[in-house]
Design a protein around this ligand. Structure first.
Ligand code: ZN
Length: 67
């Protein structure tokens, strides 16, 4: 049921299961790129540090709760 994919960031080989959204894109050939959960989390964290913004603050619907 699972397919193998190399994480494009850490280059490790992962088994991707249907519980992951990326599984279907890999399976159907829409993409060969896979980013594992650890790398996705750190990429997100890096973006936060680069911009100095919390992604939650970028949600316009939440603005009024912070000001
Ligand atoms: Zn990775």
């Amino acid at each position: 049921m699972s397919i193998e994919a190399n994480c494009m960031t850490c280059r490790k080989l992962f088994r991707v299961t249907p519980s992951e959204p990326q599984y279907y894109k890999l399976k159907s050939g829409q993409t060969k790129l896979y980013v594992c959960k650890d790398c996705a989390a750190s990429l997100k964290q890096e973006a936060v540090q680069t911009t100095g913004l919390d992604p939650a603050l970028l949600d316009p619907n939440k603005d009024d709760k912070f000001f």
